[in-house]
Design a protein around this ligand. Structure first.
Ligand code: SF4
Ligand SMILES: [Zn+2]
Length: 377
């Protein structure tokens, strides 16, 4: 009996792997760190060059609010998402209004901007995350100011009533959904996304029915995937989701603190994607993408840094700039003059990943000697 108890547990509540991995967020230091944020101020407000839906260049303001955070994250959460580091689960409706006022004041009512991205580290129109009266104010005010609004959502939070409600308050706005991967197994086992491709299709149908714009995020190189597989799969996913989207943004993995990906990265079991892989993905898909009415953006957050998509260190800034330029021009000629000795290293890794039976890949960031990894059963 005693040994059976040893195997079956001692009767106390089971601990999910998610709680073990994300335990740091519950430490007193982590809680006091989060609670040290001023809940009357947004995380950040900044302006960037952007394109309006019709392609006209404009200035966009991005407002990232210190919200209660993503309901899915508090329940389980995506393996790479570190947004919880910036949220406060005790934020009040009043504080959300003060944050919004601060954003308007600091930009002088979004002076010079034609677009505003309002990000809440979760689903904008999820009532458990953000007070409905606050959602309503943001939707109506941005519409009255003539700004194109971009908000984010999880697919399963899109209900016919909510999407209709949003479209009545800000017709034609863009809803960005972090699909990450167009593959249900990857969504479940690599990303822990909390919804399926079927739910995503349903959500975008609802958005279309209400004349809202669809933006889709994909992640390049989710955890537990080799570089070679990431290149093959993300290229396929990009081509599969582009016909359904007005815009696709491919986000190369960057390591956010205290996430599952952070753990395996610190164990030297994960390397963020090579910048060469992003260039290759764009070059492989560009012919087909050209025929579609879909803008493709690749933005290497922390590009060139060790926690972001990177190459050898010497060529990183040139390759990052070329990728950024491509996101504006959509022209693959941006990559024509890029060369570096590290490219052959990257190429060998891709070839090995796609020809040898190593599910986690051949990357130099795998622990142990290469020979042992190859010999491992
Ligand atoms: S759905 Fe979005 S905000 Fe929520 S855990 Fe996943 S990536 Fe983070
Ligand atoms: Zn290089």
């Amino acid at each position: 009996m005693a040994s059976a108890c040893g195997i079956l547990g001692n009767g106390s509540k089971t601990v999910k792997i998610h709680h073990l991995i994300k335990a740091p967020e519950n430490t007193p230091e982590s809680v006091s760190f989060r609670e040290s944020w001023d809940a009357n101020r947004p995380v950040t407000v900044y302006k960037t060059p952007e394109n309006l839906p019709d392609g006209t260049p404009c200035t966009a303001a991005t407002v990232i609010l210190r919200s209660k955070g993503c309901a899915w994250w508090w329940k389980s959460g995506c393996t790479f998402c570190g947004y919880f580091n910036d949220v406060r689960d005790d934020v009040t409706a009043e504080e959300m209004f003060s944050q919004w006022d601060f954003a308007k004041k600091s930009t002088n009512q979004f002076e010079g901007c034609k677009m505003v991205k309002v990000y809440t580290s979760g689903t904008f129109f999820e009532d458990r995350e953000n007070p409905p009266e606050w959602q309503e104010t943001v939707l109506r005010e941005t519409y009255a100011l003539g700004l194109h609004l971009v908000i984010e959502a999880q697919a399963q939070m899109c209900t016919p009533e909510k999407i209709k409600w949003v479209s009545e308050r800000h017709p034609g706005c863009t809803v960005a959904i972090g699909l990450e991967a167009y593959d249900d197994r990857v969504l479940r086992f690599h990303v822990n996304k909390g919804f399926t491709t079927k739910q995503w299709h349903k959500a975008i149908e609802m958005l279309r029915e209400n004349n809202l714009r669809v933006k889709t995020y994909l992640i390049f190189k989710p955890p537990f995937m080799s570089e070679g597989d990431a290149l093959t799969h993300t290229t396929d996913w990009l081509l599969a989701v582009a016909p359904y989207s007005d815009e696709v943004s491919v986000n190369p993995m960057n390591i956010q603190k205290r996430t599952v990906v952070d753990r395996i990265f610190r164990n030297r079991e994960y390397r963020p994607p090579w910048l060469w892989s992003l260039v290759e993905m764009i070059e492989r898909s560009s012919d087909k993408l050209e025929k579609l009415d879909c803008r493709v953006i690749v933005h290497p957050t922390a590009g060139g840094k060790i926690r972001g998509s990177h190459n050898c260190g010497k060529c990183d800034s040139d390759v990052v700039s070329a990728i950024e330029r491509y996101s504006v021009s959509g022209d693959v000629m941006e990559f024509s003059n890029l060369e570096c000795s590290c490219k052959s290293h990257w190429k060998a890794e891709i070839e090995n990943d796609t020809s040898l039976p190593l599910p986690l890949g051949f990357g130099t960031f795998r622990r142990g000697s290469v020979l042992d990894i190859v010999r491992a059963p």
